[in-house]
Write a protein that binds this ligand. Structure first.
Ligand code: FAD
Ligand code: SF4
Length: 322
C-alpha cells in the first residue's frame, strides 16, 4: 500500500512545534502530530483520515526525558524498564504492548493519544468503500455509524491503549502544550467519551510529558490484559490495579479497551472498600457492572465484559501476593 503524499515538518523545539501548528492553523491547513508513527502511518496507508501536513515530535528537545517521575512523550516503550528507572508497573504494561520491534518505535505520547479503534474503521479503503464507509471516516458521504446504527453523530470506537490505565492507578498527570499555553491535568481527565475527539487536546496542542507523584513509587501494581495473541495484539480488555502495601484505602483500579476511554474506577473502588473491604470478588463485580463494551473489536463484548471479573480478581490477588 502506498503512503498518501503529505508534507513532513520537523521542529527542533517545543516553541517551534507550537509555532508550526499555529501557522498551519492560520493557513486553514489540517495536520497530525506523529511520534513513532506505528499507528498513524498504517492508518494513512489505509487512507483513514490522512492529512496534508504531519508534524514530527521526534526532534523536539526535552521530549525524550525519562526519570522516575517524568516521562517525555517521545520516550519509546522499549525504554520503559526498571533498569531505566521506570515504575515496575509501567515496565510490565509497556512489555505487553505489541511486539518488541514495534515497541522500539512506539512512544509513550503516541500510546496515550492513540486513535480509538473499531472493526468497521481499521480496514483498507476498498473494504470501507464496500460498506459505504462509516461516520468516523465517511469521505464526505454523511455515513451512519455501523455499531450504533441510524445515526451519524456518535462514534463509540474503542480506546485500546495499554499504558493509560497503569499511569492512572499511579496517579499520573499529563502536561499539554499548545498555542494557548501549557496546562497540567490528571490523566483521568484527559480523555473524552467520544470515539472521534478522543481526548481534550485542543487544536495545535500536544502532550509534552507525563508526571508521576512521589507516592507512585510507594505503590505496587499489576496489569492484567486479555488479547487474542500474546505476541502482539491490542487489549480486548485490560485491568490495572495498584496500592500502597497494607493500605487498602490507597487501592486504585482502572480499565482499558472496554469503551472509548480508559477509565479510573475511583467511585466503584471506594464503595466496595467502604462496604466490604479489599475483597477481590466484590471489586470484580463492581467493575464488571461499570463497563459496557460494544461490538467493534475482535472478541464479543459479552465475553470481554465477563473477563473483566477474572482480570480484576487476578489483579487484586497479585497485589495481595496470593
Ligand atoms: C501490530 C500492532 C500491534 C499493536 N499492539 C498494541 C498493543 O498491544 N497495545 C497498545 O497499546 N498499542 C498497540 N499498538 C498501537 C501502537 O503501536 C502503540 O499504541 C504505540 O505506542 C503508539 O505510539 P506511536 O509513537 O507509534 O504513535 P503514533 O502512531 O505516532 O501516533 C498515534 C496517535 O497519537 C497522536 N500523537 C502521537 N504523539 C502525540 C503527542 N505527544 N501529543 C499529541 N498527539 C500525539 C498521533 O497524531 C496519532 O493520532 C499496536 C500497533 C500495531 C501496528
Ligand atoms: S463506532 Fe461507528 S462511527 Fe465509530 S468507527 Fe465504529 S462504525 Fe465508525
Amino acid at each position: 500500500m502506498l503512503m498518501p503524499p503529505f508534507e513532513l515538518h520537523r521542529p527542533g523545539t517545543v516553541e517551534e512545534a507550537i509555532a508550526l501548528a499555529a501557522s498551519l492553523m492560520n493557513a486553514g491547513e489540517s495536520f497530525d502530530w506523529v511520534a513513532g508513527g506505528t499507528d498513524v502511518l498504517p492508518n494513512y496507508k489505509w487512507r483513514i483520515n490522512p492529512k496534508p501536513h504531519v508534524i514530527s515530535l521526534a526532534g523536539v528537545e526535552g521530549a525524550h526525558t525519562l526519570t522516575s517521575s517524568e516521562i517525555g512523550c517521545m520516550v519509546p516503550l522499549s525504554s520503559l524498564t526498571v533498569a531505566n528507572g521506570a515504575h515496575p508497573l509501567l515496565a510490565e504494561a509497556a512489555a505487553k504492548v505489541a511486539s518488541s520491534l514495534i515497541r522500539k518505535s512506539a512512544t509513550v505520547g503516541g500510546n496515550l493519544c492513540l486513535d480509538t479503534r473499531c472493526f468497521w474503521y481499521n480496514q483498507g479503503e476498498d473494504w470501507r468503500r464496500s460498506i459505504d464507509w462509516c461516520h468516523k471516516a465517511d469521505c464526505g458521504t454523511g455515513a451512519d455509524c455501523r455499531v450504533i446504527p441510524n445515526q451519524n453523530t456518535l462514534c463509540v470506537a474503542t480506546y485500546q491503549g495499554d499504558l493509560a490505565p497503569n499511569f492512572m492507578v499511579l496517579g499520573a498527570s499529563v502536561v499539554l502544550i499548545g498555542p494557548g499555553g501549557e496546562r497540567t491535568l490528571p490523566l483521568e481527565e484527559f480523555y473524552a467519551l467520544d470515539g472521534m475527539k478522543k481526548n481534550v487536546l485542543e487544536e495545535g496542542e500536544f502532550l509534552l510529558k507525563v508526571v508521576l507523584p512521589e507516592t507512585a513509587h510507594q505503590r505496587t501494581g499489576s496489569y492484567q490484559k486479555l488479547r487474542v495473541r500474546d505476541s502482539w495484539d491490542f487489549p480486548e480488555a485490560g485491568i490495572a490495579a495498584s496500592w500502597i502495601e497494607g493500605q487498602p484505602e490507597s487501592l486504585a483500579i482502572a480499565s482499558t479497551a472496554l469503551e472509548s476511554i480508559p477509565r479510573l474506577h475511583a467511585e466503584e473502588v471506594s464503595n466496595v472498600l467502604g462496604e466490604e473491604g479489599m475483597d477481590g470478588v466484590a471489586l470484580a463485580k463492581a467493575i464488571h457492572k461499570a463497563v459496557k463494551p460494544v461490538n467493534n473489536t475482535a472478541l464479543p463484548p459479552r465475553y470481554r465484559r465477563s473477563m473483566v471479573k477474572t482480570l480484576t480478581k487476578r489483579a487484586v490477588k497479585a497485589l495481595l501476593g496470593e
